[in-house]
Design a protein around this ligand. Structure first.
Ligand code: ADP
Ligand code: CIR
Length: 343
């Protein structure tokens, strides 16, 4: 493939960092699992409205294609992968935060997820059909050994009725289908086979299998008790870590297919109703920027807000511990609530 064409309105990290010279330098490289530059950048080439535009195919992608990925990582996380090291801290005793909305007036629900991938396999964009099935089998077998609050059932996507699947998506429990960014990255190959969702009866603990990452481990519940959500997640991750080896790098933390998820691979969010502040978007954005928070719509990434309800979460995931990222989100949310009250 020649150097890709990016339309002039394109602002993705990919088009800003991939120069023709860099393309020449990297175009013939291939990881041991056979992943190439063209595969790495395919999503951003097909979707010029990408914010980032790249997906790694395996652990080695992060070293072989570092001349392209390191600057993207540095810009997104404000973390220099050449000189810094990622530190993890998921100890809930270190968190020490109060519910920012004890009267239950603004926060509808809290959700914290982490992405994980198995050390012995390529990442999703480069996972063969047979490997994906093995990952599904290993993960669902492991999940079946969890007990107490984490005990639940695994539902393969192929076994879910269309009605149940739609309801789970509508209720914010399940990933949606047909995301064009993931499609171009090769993450939807052989869909829906090999994908599924595990959850407990209360749907406070859930695991997505073989979506963007092999595991998305999720803790969620109504209201703003962020500490309780984090404690449950931390417990679940500790239990799963005893049974599975996750892809981890000293520099980059937990390895994920999208570089925005590296490090903690954690997104801690609230669904929050801010009808007044949402009419003053400049102020809303200023508070979020100050606390490094990202605003998403009510149905997740690339969706719109409805009825003044937003999904507000930590933006950085690398070079910050899990505890720090949750604290940062809670502090920003507290300020958003203050601003809403004041208006
Ligand atoms: P991810 O967080 O895994 O990157 P998305 O942004 O696509 O993925 O969100 C996945 C789903 O989680 C969506 O249905 C979204 O509405 C839901 N969600 C995110 N945050 C919350 C929250 N705080 N409460 C309830 N649902 C949430
Ligand atoms: C994009 O580049 O827009 C998609 N591949 C999604 C990037 C991840 N989104 C984010 O901001 N965390």
């Amino acid at each position: 493939m020649p150097y890709p064409h990016f339309p002039k309105e394109c602002t993705s990290a990919l088009c800003r960092h991939l120069t023709p010279e860099l393309y020449e330098e990297l175009r013939d490289k291939k990881t041991r699992y056979g992943y190439t530059l063209d595969q790495l950048i395919r999503s951003g080439v097909d979707n010029p409205d990408s914010s980032i535009g790249v997906y790694a195919g395996d652990e080695e992608s992060y070293t072989l294609f570092a001349p392209l990925l390191d600057p993207i990582i540095r810009e997104y996380h404000r973390f220099d992968p050449r000189t810094q090291r990622h530190v993890s801290d998921m100890d809930p005793d270190h968190l020490q935060i109060d519910n920012p909305d004890p009267e239950n007036a603004y926060i509808l629900s809290t959700r914290i997820r982490v992405g994980r991938n198995l050390h012995c396999f390529p990442l999703g964009p480069n996972l063969a059909r047979r490997e994906r099935l093995i990952v599904e089998c290993m993960v669902s077998d492991t999940l079946r050994t969890l007990d107490g609050e984490l005990a639940g059932r695994y539902y393969p996507l192929t076994g879910l009725s269309e009605e149940d699947r739609k309801q789970l998506i509508e209720d914010h429990f399940l990933f949606k289908e047909g995301d064009r960014f993931l499609e171009s990255a090769g993450l939807n190959r052989d869909w829906p086979e090999g994908r599924g969702i595990y959850h407990n009866d209360d749907k406070t603990f859930l695991v997505w299998v073989n979506e963007e990452d092999q595991l998305r481990i999720i803790s969620m519940q109504p209201g703003g008790d962020i500490a309780q959500v984090f404690t449950r997640l931390s417990h679940a991750v500790t239990e799963l870590q005893k049974r599975l080896t996750f892809a981890f790098d000293e520099r980059l933390g937990y390895l994920t297919s999208c570089p925005t998820n590296l490090g903690t691979a954690m997104r801690a969010s609230v669904h929050i109703r801010l009808p007044k502040l949402s009419k003053e978007m400049e102020r809303f954005h200023a508070i979020c920027d100050r606390h490094e928070l990202q605003i998403r719509g009510i149905h997740g990434e690339h969706s719109e807000s409805e009825e003044g309800i937003f999904d507000v979460s930590n933006r950085r995931r690398l070079g910050i511990t899990e505890v720090e990222a949750v604290r940062q989100m809670a502090a920003g949310v507290r300020e958003l609530i203050e601003a809403e009250k004041e208006i």
